[in-house]
Write a protein that binds this ligand. Structure first.
Ligand code: RP5
Length: 153
């Protein structure tokens, strides 16, 4: 994430990865305040076993795009809601990538979905994880189907 102030939002990604038993590293590095260390970190990522990068940032949210420019690992961007423009600035900064350097852009504050998207990518080559993801979807579906009027009236 671009700042420790993003943690309130990005912690949902970690919680979801924990639920699926996926190991991860969480790190604060800013595209603007730490460009050099960020580049070193991203370039080293494939060598330490990183397979997917989730990048959350707000405002002039260039972090996911800069990371995507530095690596061919899949990058999932989370636009963090900003104070000034409610996250619209973050969303547009992340989603409008130039052709050739994609970032999979989630909803504003969509850290949980970012983790689920990472799980889906990792599940392509991990049958156990794929089963967990399918079970998660089934439970989610059942929860909706088992909703009664008592739950909302
Ligand atoms: C972005 O600026 C960060 O991702 C954060 O969302 C926003 C504000 O950062 P702080 O000023 O709170 O460190 O780079």
């Amino acid at each position: 994430m671009g700042s420790a102030s993003d943690w309130d939002v990005m912690s949902a990604a970690c919680a979801t990865l924990d639920d699926f038993g996926i190991s991860y590293e969480k790190k604060v590095l800013s595209a603007h305040r730490n460009p050099g260390p960020l580049a070193e970190y991203v370039k080293a990522a494939p060598g330490n076993g990183t397979e997917v990068i989730i990048a959350g940032a707000g405002g002039a949210a260039h972090l996911p795009g800069v990371i995507a420019a530095l690596t061919t690992l899949p990058v999932i961007g989370v636009p963090v809601k900003s104070k000034a423009l409610n996250g619209l600035d973050s969303l547009l900064s992340i989603v409008q990538m130039p052709s050739g350097i994609p970032v999979a852009t989630m909803a504003i504050d969509g850290a949980r979905n970012a983790a689920l998207y990472a799980v889906a990518i990792l599940a392509l080559k991990d049958s156990g994880l794929s089963e967990k993801l399918q079970e998660f979807r089934k439970q989610q579906s059942d929860k909706v189907l088992n909703t009664t009027t008592n739950d909302y009236s």
